[in-house]
Design a protein around this ligand. Structure first.
Ligand SMILES: Cc1cc2nc3c(=O)[nH]c(=O)nc-3n(C[C@H](O)[C@H](O)[C@H](O)COP(=O)(O)O)c2cc1C
Length: 277
C-alpha cells in the first residue's frame, strides 16, 4: 500500500507531481485531484518525488508527512566553488586520533547516507558499522593473527605483497598497513538481486567519504579489506558478512590526527574525451 494521499485544500492541481513521476503512474486531469490507480501501485519506485516536488506540501506517500521534509531553496546546496575546493582538498587519512567518534554523529551520518541514490531506487543496502575502537582493535588483532597463520601455511599468494607484508609490519614495526590505525569502519553491502549492487555500494561509500569529511572526520577507502576477505573468506563472519557476499566495500574513518594545509594538483589526471556526432 502506497498510502498516496492528497490534501484537497492545499492541492492547486498544478500537475507537477504527475509530470515528474518517473513511473508515470500519477494522473491529474483538469480539476481532479492527482491519483494513482490501485492496479498501478506496484509500479511505483517509491522515490517520493511527488512529495518532494509539490509546491504546497499537499502530497503524502508511504506514510510520510511532507512537513517533516527539510525545506529547500536555491541557496540550500553548497556552491560550486566550495564543492570544488572540497573535492580537491579531501584526502585519504591514514593517521587517526585514538578516540571514538561521538556516536550521535555516526548515527547522523548513517541516517543521511540512507538517502543516497540506488539503482531503480531499490534501497537494499546494509551499513555495517564498527563504532567502537575496542571492537576495531579486536578485529585488527583477529585479522592479523589469521593472516600470519595463513602466510605460514603458504595460503597467501606471493603476488599479494600488501597481505604478505602486513603482519611483520604490524608486529615488528607497529605499522598498521591494513587498518591504518582507524578507530572505525563502515562496510556497505548489497544483495546480488539488486538492479545495480556494485554501483550502489561504491556510490554510498563515495557519499560517505564526502559527508564524513564535511563533518571534519578523516576517511580512507578500505580496499585492503576486500583483498583480505576475498583471500580468506572465512573472515567475513567477523563482520557479519555471509561467506559468499560479493557486493561489499569498506571505508575506514575517525578523527584525523593530521591536517593538509593545501590541495593536491590533479586537474589533468583524467583523460577527457569530447563526443561529436
Ligand atoms: C577503491 C579504492 C580503494 C582504496 N583502498 C585503500 C586501502 O586499502 N588503504 C589505503 O591506505 N588507501 C586506499 N585507497 C586510497 C588511495 O590510495 C588514495 O585515494 C590515493 O592514493 C589518492 O589519495 P587521496 O585520496 O588523498 O586523493 C583506496 C582508494 C580507492 C579509490
Amino acid at each position: 500500500m502506497l498510502q498516496f494521499t492528497v490534501n484537497e485544500k492545499l492541492c492547486t492541481r498544478c500537475g507537477l507531481c504527475a509530470a515528474d513521476c518517473p513511473a508515470r503512474i500519477i494522473t491529474q486531469e483538469g480539476k481532479a485531484l492527482p491519483s494513482i490507480r490501485p492496479d498501478q501501485e506496484a509500479e511505483c519506485l517509491q522515490c517520493q518525488h511527488c512529495l518532494a516536488i509539490c509546491p504546497t506540501a499537499a502530497i503524502s506517500i508511504l506514510g510520510r508527512n511532507p512537513d517533516n521534509s527539510l525545506p529547500l531553496s536555491a541557496d540550500s546546496f553548497p556552491r560550486l566553488d566550495s564543492m570544488s575546493r572540497f573535492i580537491r582538498g579531501r584526502r585519504s587519512i591514514r593517521k587517526y586520533k585514538d578516540e571514538n567518534v561521538d556516536p550521535a554523529l555516526i548515527r547522523q551520518l548513517l541516517a543521511t547516507l540512507a538517502n543516497v541514490p540506488t539503482g531503480v531506487n531499490r534501497r537494499a543496502l546494509t551499513f555495517t558499522v564498527i563504532d567502537d575502537k575496542a571492537v576495531m582493535h579486536r578485529l585488527r588483532e583477529n585479522v592479523l593473527a589469521a593472516l600470519a597463520t595463513a602466510i605460514k601455511a603458504g595460503r597467501i599468494p606471493e603476488r599479494l605483497k600488501y597481505l604478505q607484508n602486513a603482519p611483520p609490519a604490524y608486529y615488528e614495526r607497529k605499522e598498521d598497513i591494513l587498518f591504518r590505525g582507524a578507530p572505525h569502519a563502515l562496510v556497505v553491502s548489497a544483495p546480488p538481486d539488486a538492479p545495480c549492487p556494485a554501483e550502489d555500494v561504491v556510490l554510498a561509500l563515495a557519499y560517505f567519504d564526502l559527508l564524513a569529511q564535511s563533518a571534519r572526520l578523516g576517511t580512507v577507502w578500505w580496499g585492503m579489506l576486500k583483498m583480505v576477505l576475498e583471500t580468506l573468506p572465512d573472515l567475513k563472519a567477523l563482520i557479519g558478512l555471509p561467506p559468499r557476499q560479493r557486493y561489499y566495500y569498506g571505508m575506514l574513518f575517525g578523527i584525523p590526527a593530521i591536517h593538509y594545509p593545501r590541495t593536491v594538483q590533479r586537474d589533468d589526471a583524467a583523460v577527457v574525451k569530447r563526443v561529436s556526432l
